[in-house]
Each structure stands twice: as structure tokens, then as C-alpha cells.
Design a protein around this ligand. Structure first.
Ligand code: HEC
Length: 197
């Protein structure tokens, strides 16, 4: 009699508990699979090229503070890209290059960022250059993420790559959202798209 009233034997309880837990690992696996893929379509060779003299020969288009992560950002265009000042002249001519330069911001003794007279961050060490170049038949390798005839690379100031061509689908994927009407350049000399305001 007693045996019937007793709760489930320990072994059965364990199976039941495991049964309840079963869906959990599956859900965790799905979550682990969700983050952006580490690989994607992209060029195998670098046709962008490190812009050796950009600080001397390119035109600075704008400089702005970014709070998180804290950087002073400067966008430059080479003379070919800088010559496009009318949206009727888009797409950009082959040979156009844009550079987005990221610099650290020096801090004072209180740990706060230092500003210049215009309220911009002071410029510290340059850490990274986002570079995009327009060329004939460029961009094919990005497949569905293709943004016209642009290819992308991220360099360190010493010319080594931070985001190699084969990994630069991440750049293309985001610039795709800038759209064909501005030749996938977010800003250049033009107003920012509505989505950025
Ligand atoms: C999450 C979205 C995103 C990703 C990823 C991204 N960009 Fe951009 N990029 C932007 C936006 C937004 C701007 C405009 C910023 C501004 O002017 O305020 C921009 C600007 C630029 C510019 C200046 C010309 C322009 O479009 O206005 C260059 C050059 C550039 N990006 C290159 C790259 C490269 C190279 C990579 C990959 C290493 C990259 N970007 C990854 C969003 C992105």
C-alpha cells in the first residue's frame, strides 16, 4: 500500500526533470547561432590600398565627436571623390576614395576628455582607418551585399589590416543601408540620410 502512495521513484523523477529541461539546451544552441556570421562573401585581394598620404593630399570633409566608444572621427575624400558636390553627378567616378579616421581622445588629470576651442575632442593617436574605394567592376565579390562598385578595408595607421578584404562584408552589409540613391556613401559632401537623423 505504502509503495503506491509514495511519490515517483527517484529514477523516474530524474527522467521527468530531464524531459522538462530538454528544450532548454536546444534554445541555448539557437541563441548561440544567432549572432552575426563570422564569415561572408568578400574580395580575396586588397584592391583598396592603404592611403599613404591621405592627411596631406585628401580633403577633410568633416570632423565630429563620437561618445561611445569615445573617438574623434574625421572623414576625408581624395580629390576625385571630393569633386562630387552635386547628387546629379553620382555615382562617384572610378578612383574615388573615402577615409574615415578614428583617433583616441586625450584625457585630463580628472579622466575627462580634453576639448578644443570649438568643443571638439582633442585629437590623440590615430587607431584605425575605414577606407572605401570605387573601381571598375569592384564589389562583385560581395554577392547579395554588393554596394555598387565599392570595396572596403580597415587599416591600422601602419598599413596593416584590421578588417581584411575577405572580412569586409561587414562594411558592405551596413553601407547597403545608405542606399543606391547616394551610391552607398552615407554622407560624403551630402546631407545625412533620414535614417541617421
Ligand atoms: C553599422 C554600420 C556600419 C558599418 C559596419 C560600417 N560603416 Fe562605414 N559608415 C557608417 C555610417 C553611418 C557612416 C557615416 C558616419 C557619419 O558621417 O556620421 C559611415 C561612413 C563611412 C565612410 C565615410 C564615407 C561615408 O560613407 O560617409 C567610410 C570610408 C566608411 N564608412 C568605410 C567603412 C568600412 C571600410 C567599414 C568596414 C571596416 C565600414 N565603413 C563599416 C556605417 C557603417
Amino acid at each position: 500500500m505504502h509503495a503506491r502512495l509514495r511519490p515517483l521513484p527517484a529514477s523516474l523523477r530524474l527522467s521527468f526533470a530531464l524531459f522538462l529541461l530538454l528544450p532548454l539546451p536546444a534554445a541555448l544552441l539557437l541563441q548561440a547561432a544567432a549572432p552575426a556570421p563570422a564569415t561572408g562573401p568578400g574580395p580575396t585581394v586588397d584592391r583598396v590600398g592603404f592611403p599613404v598620404d591621405y592627411q596631406k593630399t585628401f580633403q577633410p570633409l568633416r570632423t565630429f565627436n563620437r561618445a561611445k566608444p569615445r573617438n574623434l572621427i574625421t572623414v576625408y575624400a581624395n580629390p576625385t571623390a571630393a569633386a562630387v558636390a552635386d547628387s546629379g553627378d553620382l555615382p562617384y567616378p572610378h578612383g574615388s576614395v573615402f577615409v574615415m579616421e578614428f583617433a583616441e581622445v586625450p584625457t585630463g588629470p580628472d579622466g575627462q576628455p580634453l576639448f578644443d576651442a570649438q568643443g571638439r575632442f582633442q585629437k590623440g593617436r590615430v587607431t584605425s582607418l575605414h577606407v572605401m574605394r570605387h573601381g571598375e567592376k569592384f564589389g562583385e565579390a560581395y554577392g547579395p551585399l554588393r554596394t555598387g562598385e565599392w570595396e572596403y578595408v580597415e587599416y591600422r595607421p601602419d598599413g596593416s589590416t584590421l578588417t581584411a578584404p575577405k572580412d569586409s562584408f561587414t562594411c558592405a552589409a551596413c553601407h547597403l543601408q545608405a542606399g543606391a540613391s547616394r551610391d552607398w556613401v552615407y554622407r560624403g559632401r551630402f546631407e545625412a540620410p533620414e535614417t541617421m537623423k
